[in-house]
Each structure stands twice: as structure tokens, then as C-alpha cells.
Design a protein around this ligand. Structure first.
Ligand code: ZN
Ligand code: ZN
Length: 455
């Protein structure tokens, strides 16, 4: 809670301990947007215990991608109670809440809801012990190992406060709870379910993600913020034979091994040193027994890029190499390349990012708002803005205990802090929870406040 107070003070605020009158001090009196935010932030304090309980409840009831019915039900119920027009079941479990408050811009706030097939090892009192049946029929442990439980809670908090306070903001607030971010299906499923026809086009699409970083720190940038990701399965065909008779075979093991090595030369030999790309072969499977040459080999690989031109080049190189290696081996037929999933590049619109960053800097003290490098993680958040033709902004919020982070940094061991998707990933609730609600309020008000410039 100590950090939370520190975090709340805006950059011109008086030293800690001075009694403050939020509506009449410094920036607040000279800027309406800021005064609206101050008022909402004060209300947030009283809502915080409820949100903390909600976060713990969602954390201990995680749901796999496209199975988020309980979480979606909670989101819908909360939105309805706050007076939103609610539509459920969009793209299977997606929820959209609309709150109209006169003429003005439309702001879309997005949270993803799904958890991962990971066995929780945080040891938290509210840890998950849930198991569920995955899309392939296997029973798997389930954990909110990416922090989407925090995202849902943030959006519930911000939506509640914007509704309760009604207040001077004008326009339409659109709260979107999306399924299946982790499988790159959710945003597209909502879009395919006519999201764009059923709801007003937003003037801006805003989203945020909890990550390793000092709790309460906000990291963002103009331009590319998360990488594009492409995954493929490649089946390479040979001809099986007795292990003692290689002359009768076309050995897919050798074919696949040569392919894997040659694929490594894409990044090292075909991509410029100041461009970045990742080609990871995460799976290579062939054969069952030492004295049987199998019929085929299956490779699964994952590609990350930050530039569409580089992406096209890498994908073309993969296709070229895979086909050429098959041919070099005398494969009876060309390899079968199947796309598994795809995440587009998430790129922050320059003008909208500036507006969000200005609002954050005004609201939070300077050392809490950081410019960060793009992450190699990927997101399907970008689909909304890109396909709707609306500017979008995505940023990160640190969720690591500040002391722990500082110690790890001093020791050069930041990479040892459990990241998203790790069984021990455990964001600290304070001030992470309050910060994420505030950032949504502050950024939405940068468009919806009567004093926010239009366009
Ligand atoms: Zn994730
Ligand atoms: Zn995530």
C-alpha cells in the first residue's frame, strides 16, 4: 500500500504527508482531464478491496482458451450491474459492454480472459489447482500464468468507475473482454462474429499487459511494441525401409536434420544484422525404433519478426529451404507446410501513443512511465485496430515486487525472475492492480474528457 500512495501522486503533487485537495492543486486545476482522473482515482481506492477479491477469485478459477465461460459471465454481470449494454457470446465467449454518454469519441478498452495449460507452482494462498480438458481431449492443469486475470480485473475496475462516475466525460466507452489470446484465435473469432458490424467503430483501441518489471511501472513506445509470430508444421516425406538397408530408403531423419541446420542460416546469413528475427524449431519428430527408417518427419517451428518486409523474407526462405532440402534428398513428394497460428505485429499509432503518454506523464510520476524496446512476445490485440482501421495503443505494466526487481537488477539476474508463462509467475497485487485501473481511466479520458482535443 505504501507504493500505491507513492504511485498515485501526480508529478506536481506535494510531498508525501501534505494534505492534498486533489481537485484544486497544480495540474489538476489547470487541466480538466487530470481533474477528472483525480476524482476517479479517489473512487478507485474504495473499490480496491472488491477488485482484489475479484482478482483472486478469477486467478483461482482459470479457464483455457475458448472455454472462458465463467470469466465471461463475471465480466458480463459486472458490466450489466454498472449500466452497460452487454452482448455476450461474441466469437464464442467474448463480451462487449457499451456505455453511451452523449456525443463524442468511442474508446475501446480490451482485456483478454484466457489462461494456460500450466501447473501453478506459485504457492500463493489463492493458487489454482484447476484441471480441464484441452482442445485435443487431454486433461491438463490450468493456470493464469500470463496475468490475463489481472487484465480482466483492471477492465472491470475501469468500466465500473467510468459508469459510476458518469460525470463530465462524453462519448462511448466500449469494454471488450476477448477469448483465446494465447492461441491467437480470440480477436479473430470476435471479428469473424461481426464485431465490426455490430458495434461502433472506435476512435482508438487501447490495451495493456502485465509483465516482469517494477510493479506499477508503465512501459510503452511508438511503433512496434510486440513481434509478429508465425508457427508452422512441416511434414517431410521419405521412404521407409529396414535400418540395415539405407539404399532402399529415402531417409526423412537425415532430410529433416539437414533442414533444421539450414534453417538456422536464415537469421545468420539472410537477415541484416540490425534487423531482428527469431527462427526456433521447437519440435522435431521422426521414427519409433533404431532399426526402422521411418516414412516421414515432422518439424514444428516458430518465427518472430518486427517488420513485415523481414517477415516475408524469413517465411519465403523457410519455404525455399524446406522444399530444396526435400528435393536434395530425392523426396517422393514435396513437403506439406501447414500454418498453425499467426499473430500480427502490434504497432502503436504515433499520435495516439503521444496522447496516451502525455496523459500518463501528467498523472504518474516521471520514473513510472518508461520508454521500452519492443518485446519478442506476440499479441493478437493488434488485429482490432489493424482490421478496423482504427489507431491503437498497447503498453505494459510491471508486476514484480519493486525491491525484488531492484535486487535482481543489481545482481544482473533480472532474467531469473519468473516471466509470463512460468509456473511461478505471480504479479504482486499492489500496486499493480490499482495502476492498471488508473492507466485505463487516464488513457480513456484522454479522448473522452470534454477538454480532450478531438481527432
Ligand atoms: Zn501469454
Ligand atoms: Zn498474455
Amino acid at each position: 500500500m505504501k507504493e500505491q500512495k507513492q504511485k498515485r501522486s501526480n508529478k506536481s503533487a506535494k510531498p508525501a504527508g501534505v494534505k492534498k485537495k486533489p481537485r484544486s492543486t497544480g495540474i489538476a486545476s489547470s487541466n480538466k482531464t487530470s481533474s477528472d482522473s483525480n476524482r476517479l482515482s479517489a473512487k478507485l481506492k474504495s473499490l480496491l478491496p472488491d477488485l482484489e477479491a475479484l482478482y483472486k477469485d478469477i486467478h483461482s478459477h482459470p479457464e483455457l482458451s475458448m472455454q472462458e465461460t465463467r470469466t465471461a459471465g463475471i465480466a458480463a454481470k459486472r458490466l450489466k450491474a454498472a449500466g452497460y449494454e452487454v452482448t455476450s457470446g461474441i466469437g464464442k465467449t467474448g463480451v462487449v459492454g457499451l456505455l453511451r454518454n452523449g456525443d463524442g469519441p468511442t474508446v475501446m478498452l480490451r482485456a483478454d480472459m484466457d489462461a494456460l495449460p500450466v501447473k501453478e507452482a506459485t504457492g500463493l494462498a489463492y493458487a489454482s489447482s484447476v484441471t480441464a480438458r484441452d482442445s485435443e481431449g487431454n486433461i491438463v492443469p490450468v493456470m493464469h500464468a500470463c496475468g490475463h486475470d489481472m487484465h480482466v480485473t483492471w477492465l472491470v475496475g475501469a468500466a465500473t468507475l467510468m459508469a459510476k462516475e458518469g460525470g463530465p466525460w462524453r462519448g462511448t466507452l466500449m469494454a471488450v473482454f476477448q477469448p483465446a489470446e494465447e492461441t491467437a484465435q480470440g480477436a479473430q473469432a470476435m471479428i469473424d462474429d461481426n464485431l465490426f458490424k455490430r458495434f461502433p467503430k472506435p476512435d482508438v483501441v487501447l490495451g495493456q499487459h502485465v509483465m516482469v518489471g517494477p510493479a506499477g511501472a508503465i512501459g510503452g513506445r511508438t511503433g512496434v511494441i510486440t513481434s509478429a509470430a508465425d508457427s508452422f508444421q512441416i511434414r517431410m516425406f521419405g521412404r521407409g525401409a529396414h535400418g540395415s538397408m539405407p539404399q532402399a530408403s529415402i531417409d526423412p531423419v537425415v532430410m529433416a536434420a539437414a533442414t533444421v541446420l539450414r534453417l538456422q542460416t536464415i537469421v545468420s546469413r539472410e537477415i541484416a544484422p540490425n534487423d531482428a528475427a527469431v527462427v526456433t524449431i521447437g519440435s522435431l519428430q521422426a521414427g519409433t525404433k533404431e532399426n526402422v527408417i521411418p516414412d516421414e518427419a515432422v518439424i514444428k517451428l516458430n518465427v518472430r519478426t518486427y517488420d513485415e518486409g523481414v517477415r516475408k523474407r524469413v517465411l519465403a526462405a523457410i519455404k525455399r529451404i524446406v522444399n530444396a532440402e526435400a528435393e536434395a534428398s530425392g523426396a517422393p513428394k514435396p513437403p506439406e507446410i501447414t500454418a498453425l497460428d499467426r499473430y500480427s505485429l502490434v504497432s502503436n499509432d504515433a499520435d495516439a501513443t503521444r496522447r496516451v503518454a502525455d496523459a500518463f506523464r501528467e498523472r504518474f510520476s516521471g520514473d513510472h512511465v518508461l520508454e521500452v524496446k519492443p518485446t519478442s512476445a506476440s499479441e493478437d490485440f493488434g488485429s482490432f485496430g489493424a482490421e478496423w482501421g482504427a489507431p491503437s495503443v498497447f503498453w505494459f505494466i510491471g508486476g514484480t515486487d519493486r525491491n525484488l526487481y531492484a535486487k535482481a537488477k543489481a545482481a544482473g539476474k533480472v532474467q531469473e525472475i519468473p516471466t509470463n508463462h512460468n509456473p511461478r509467475f505471480a504479479p504482486v497485487i499492489h500496486p499493480t492492480l490499482a495502476t492498471g485501473v488508473e492507466t485505463l481511466l487516464v488513457s480513456a479520458n484522454a479522448w473522452l474528457s470534454p477538454d480532450a482535443s478531438s481527432g
